[in-house]
Design a protein around this ligand. Structure first.
Ligand code: AMP
Length: 191
């Protein structure tokens, strides 16, 4: 079973690479950003609350995320070849909660893939995406805040998995195929 975390600053290409990983390794894709955007589109109570954090570039509260995600992880790890977590864990408390859940389910995280892209390139990509994405957080002010939040809260998750020897840094600059080649090599080395 392969249970992969894909991590990296906003705009690093997590979504694009997740789709390729899902196809090649037959994994189930769980994106917390997508789950939250679905709730926002439905105008559910949770979606409306989440939107007030997302539109400012802040993380939504851990409990809110874990409530939606833990059921999905339990479901998707049953009778499957594994999962890819995209956008979770976003801080060390979430990483600890995830590892506790995996232990309870008798599963294991295989690897965290850390996609590394220069800030300048990230901002260019996100502003371009903002022209068509309709996302409330793809504007310059919110992008800058998201990059700050990433550095302070999410980057430490890398050390958490480095200490467990379940970490691969991937150069996220280049063509989609080049980057996917690097990711596949890292995954294959853990199989
Ligand atoms: P993403 O699509 O992964 O860039 O997520 C978009 C936004 O959703 C983030 O900027 C956060 O506000 C929120 N979000 C997504 N995943 C999480 C998470 N694991 N914990 C807290 N907030 C999250």
């Amino acid at each position: 079973m392969l249970n992969i975390i894909i991590c990296g600053a906003p705009g690093c290409g997590k979504g694009t690479q997740s789709d390729l990983i899902v196809e090649k390794y037959s994994l189930k894709h769980l994106s917390t950003g997508d789950l939250l955007r679905e709730e926002i589109a439905k105008r559910s109570e949770l979606g409306i609350e989440a939107e007030s954090f997302i539109s400012k570039g802040n993380l939504v509260p851990d409990k809110m995320i874990f409530d939606i995600l833990s059921k999905a992880i339990e479901e998707q790890t049953k009778n499957s070849k594994g999962i890819i977590l995209d956008g979770f864990p976003r801080n060390v408390a979430q990483a600890e909660a995830l590892e506790n859940l995996m232990t309870q389910l008798n599963k294991e995280t295989t690897l965290l893939i850390d996609m590394q892209v220069d800030d300048e390139e990230l901002i260019t990509r996100l502003l371009k995406r903002g022209e068509t994405s309709g996302r409330c957080d793809d504007n310059l002010e919110t992008i800058k805040k998201r990059l700050e939040v990433y550095e302070s809260k999410t980057a430490p998750v890398s050390d958490f998995y480095k200490n467990k020897n379940k970490y691969a840094a991937i150069n996220g600059m280049g063509t989609i195929d080049e980057i996917f080649g690097r990711i596949s090599a890292a995954i294959d080395s853990k199989r």
